[in-house]
Structures are given as structure tokens and as C-alpha cells.
Design a protein. Structure first.
Length: 119
């Protein structure tokens, strides 16, 4: 997979990658009638991407987290709805990285899981 952040190849290939297409509705004008019919006011269609990595060395973890350190950044990925690679402006949520072990002086982080949400 040709994943890029701000035009640079991503620091490590993920072990899991899932794209979710989200419909965003206007909370005030989207209503349901008494008989249960939805009157929907969709204001946007956005992407939310779940990405996770297997154990990573300290250096690789650092490079990956630094690539995602901006408030917003460009993410290049294969989009199932578009049927091709696209680049979207995204932000990252929490970035939990539990530490697994130190082996022969090398720290391996157990994993990294992030959610990238289109701006």
C-alpha cells in the first residue's frame, strides 16, 4: 500500500487499515416524524480511517508519531468509495502506545492504534 503523510512515505506499514465512510447530518434540521420517518439533512460525507501497527522499535514509533504531530496533515491512501488513491486533510485522535518489552537494549512498543478523521 502506498500510504503517505504530507507527501512522505509513512514510517511503518500498518498491520490493519480500515476506511469508514461517514455521513454527517445537521443536528438541528435532521428530524424524525411521529410515524418514524427520517427527514435527513446530510451536510457532508467524510472519511474516518482506523490504522494500527504491530510492535515497533522506539525509533520507528518516534518517526511515525512525528509524521502525525501536526494539527492537520495530508494523508494519501486508497479510498474504497473513490476507487483510487486520494489525499485528504485529516487530524489524528489519541495515540495510545503501550510499551511491551526491552530486549537486548532495544525498546519495542507493543502496538500503535490511531484514528484519522477527515477535516
Amino acid at each position: 500500500m502506498d500510504l503517505k503523510i504530507n507527501g512522505a512515505v509513512i514510517a511503518a506499514k500498518p498491520s490493519e487499515f480500515q476506511v469508514e465512510v461517514l455521513d454527517l447530518d445537521d443536528a438541528e434540521t435532521t428530524t424524525r416524524t411521529a410515524d418514524g420517518i427520517l427527514n435527513r439533512d446530510r451536510v457532508a460525507v467524510k472519511r474516518q480511517i482506523q490504522v494500527s501497527w504491530p510492535p515497533l522499535t522506539m525509533a520507528t514509533m518516534s518517526r511515525l508519531l512525528k509524521q502525525m504531530s501536526g494539527v492537520y496533515f495530508e494523508f494519501h491512501y486508497p479510498d474504497p468509495m473513490e476507487g483510487k488513491y486520494v489525499t485528504k486533510t485529516v487530524y489524528v485522535g489519541n495515540r495510545p502506545a503501550p510499551m511491551a518489552i526491552e530486549k537486548n537494549g532495544v525498546i519495542l512498543w507493543d502496538s500503535l492504534k490511531v484514528t484519522l478523521t477527515e477535516k
